[in-house]
Ligand binder design. Structure first.
Ligand code: NAD
Ligand code: UD1
Length: 346
C-alpha cells in the first residue's frame, strides 16, 4: 500500500519541493498549511508538475480539532497517515527579535499541539525542519551534530526548544521516533522552474535577493560586510540545492521506519561558498550581471558556517548531488519564468 504522509507547511518554499520529491518516490502526501507565508498557487503548480491532485487542508497546526480531523479523515478513507513531516513554522530572524512570543507560539506551541494530535491519532513518526542556526557561533567548523547548541535569536531558540520537545516526546516509548533535519542554506528551485522561493517583501536572505536584482525588482545587492576573516572578506555559507534537501526528507522518512527515539542530522553539502563566489557563480551560470555595493556587517552574522555531512551519509544514505552552478541556474529559471513569484496568477 502507498504510504500516506502528512506534510505541514507543504505550500511553502521547502515544503512544496518536499511534496514533489515524496510523490516522485511513490508516497502520498497530504498537505496542511494555513498559508500565512505561502500561496495556494504553489500547490496548483506542484499538482501540474507531478501530474496528480494533492489533498490540501487549510488549517493551523495549533488547531487540535482540525488536525484530529485530518488524521481521522485519512484513516476513514483507507489511507491512514503513517508519519508527519513538520515544516510549518515562522522563519524570519529579524521579526523573531521584535515578536518573540509570536515565534514561540507558532513554532514551539505549534509543534507541541501537533505531537499531541499525533499521539491521539496513534501516529508515532515525525521528521522536523530544524536549522543550523541553533549552533550559534562556531566552536569549530565544520559543525558536527555534537556541536554546542547556542542560538542567538528567538527564531533559533524556538527551533532548539522544538528539538528538545521532540527528544523528550520520542523517548516516551510507544515506538515514537523523531528526526530533526538541521538545514544549512537551501537555495535554488525545482529544475522545471515551476516552483520556487517567493519571499514576501524585501528578501532577508542572499539568494532571493540576487535573483530579484537579476530580474529587475531590486537595483543592487548590498554585501553585508567584506572584512570578515574569510578568503575574500565576505561571509561563507553552505548552500544546498532545495531539491537535494527535499530528497533528504524522503531518506529521513525511510530512516524513521527502522529507528527509535531522537536523531538530529545536518543537511548541507559540506562546502563553504562566499557571498562574492555565489554572485560570481550566478553571473556565470545565468549571464546576468549583479550590481553589488559594500555595506556594513549585518548584526548577528557570523563569518563562516558549513556542515559536517558524514552523519547524513551514514544514517540516511544521503549526499547532496547538485552543484552551485545548478543551484544558480535552477533558481534563475524559476525567477525569470515568474518575475513576481506566484503573483496574482489564478
Ligand atoms: P516558508 O515560510 O516558505 O514555509 C512555511 C510554511 O508553513 C508556509 O507555507 C506557511 O504558510 C506555513 N505555516 C506557518 N505556520 C503555520 C501554522 N501554524 N500552521 C500551518 N501552516 C503554517 O518557509 P520554508 O523556507 O519553506 O521553511 C520551512 C521550514 O524550514 C520552516 O520551519 C523553517 O523554519 C525551516 N527552515 C528553513 C530554512 C530556510 O532557509 N528556508 C532554513 C532552516 C530551517
Ligand atoms: C540566515 C539567518 C539564519 C537562517 C538562514 C536561513 C540571520 C542572521 N541568519 O542565515 O538564522 O537559518 O538565514 O537560510 O538572518 N548577505 C548579504 N547581502 C544580503 C543578504 C545576505 O551580503 O542582502 C550575506 C550574509 O551576510 C551572509 C550570506 O549572505 O554572509 C548568507 O546570508 P543569508 O542568506 O541571510 O543566510 P544566513 O546568514 O546563513
Amino acid at each position: 500500500m502507498t504510504k500516506t504522509l502528512l506534510v505541514t507547511g507543504g505550500a511553502g518554499y521547502i515544503g512544496s519541493h518536499v511534496v514533489v520529491e515524496l510523490v516522485r518516490a511513490g508516497y502520498c502526501p497530504v498537505i496542511v498549511d494555513n498559508f500565512c507565508n505561502s500561496s495556494p498557487r504553489a500547490i496548483q503548480r506542484v499538482e501540474h508538475l507531478v501530474g496528480q491532485a494533492i489533498p490540501v487542508v487549510r488549517a493551523d497546526v495549533r488547531d487540535s480539532t482540525a488536525m484530529l480531523r485530518v488524521f481521522k479523515d485519512a484513516q476513514d478513507s483507507g489511507q491512514p497517515i503513517s508519519g508527519v513531516i513538520h515544516l510549518a513554522g515562522l522563519k524570519a530572524v529579524g521579526e523573531s527579535v521584535t515578536k518573540p512570543l509570536t515565534y514561540y507560539e507558532n513554532n514551539v506551541y505549534g509543534t507541541v499541539k501537533l505531537l499531541d494530535a499525533m499521539d491521539q491519532a496513534g501516529v508515532a513518526s515525525i521528521v522536523f525542519s530544524s536549522s543550523a542556526t541553533i549552533y550559534g557561533a562556531p566552536e569549530h567548523l565544520p559543525y558536527t551534530e555534537g556541536h554546542r547548541v547556542s542560538p542567538v535569536n528567538p527564531y533559533g531558540h524556538s527551533k532548539a526548544i522544538c528539538e528538545q520537545v521532540l527528544k523528550d516526546w520520542s523517548i516516551c516509548g510507544g515506538g515514537r521516533r523523531a528526526v530533526a533535519l538541521r538545514y544549512f542554506n537551501p537555495i535554488g528551485a525545482d529544475h522545471s522552474g515551476l516552483i520556487g522561493e517567493d519571499p514576501r517583501g524585501v528578501p532577508n536572505n542572499l539568494f532571493p535577493y540576487i535573483t530579484q536584482v537579476a530580474v529587475g525588482r531590486r537595483q543592487y545587492l548590498t554585501l553585508h560586510g567584506n572584512d570578515y576573516k574569510t578568503p575574500d572578506g565576505t561571509g561563507v555559507r553552505d548552500y544546498i540545492h532545495v531539491t537535494d534537501l527535499a530528497v533528504g526528507h524522503v531518506r529521513a522518512v525511510e530512516f524513521t521506519q527502522n529507528q527509535q527515539g531522537f536523531t538530529a542530522v545536518n543537511l548541507g553539502t559540506g562546502q563553504g561558498t562566499s557571498v562574492l563566489q555565489l554572485v560570481e557563480a550566478f553571473e556565470k551560470a545565468t549571464g546576468q550581471q549583479i550590481l553589488c555595493k559594500i555595506g556594513p556587517r549585518r548584526q548577528g552574522d557570523i563569518a563562516g558556517a558549513w556542515a559536517d555531512v558524514s552523519l547524513a551519509r551514514e544514517l540516511l544514505g544521503w549526499k547532496a548531488q547538485r552543484t552551485i552552478t545548478e543551484m544558480c541556474a535552477d533558481g534563475w529559471r524559476w525567477q525569470s519564468m515568474n518575475p513576481e513569484g506566484y503573483g496574482q496568477e489564478v
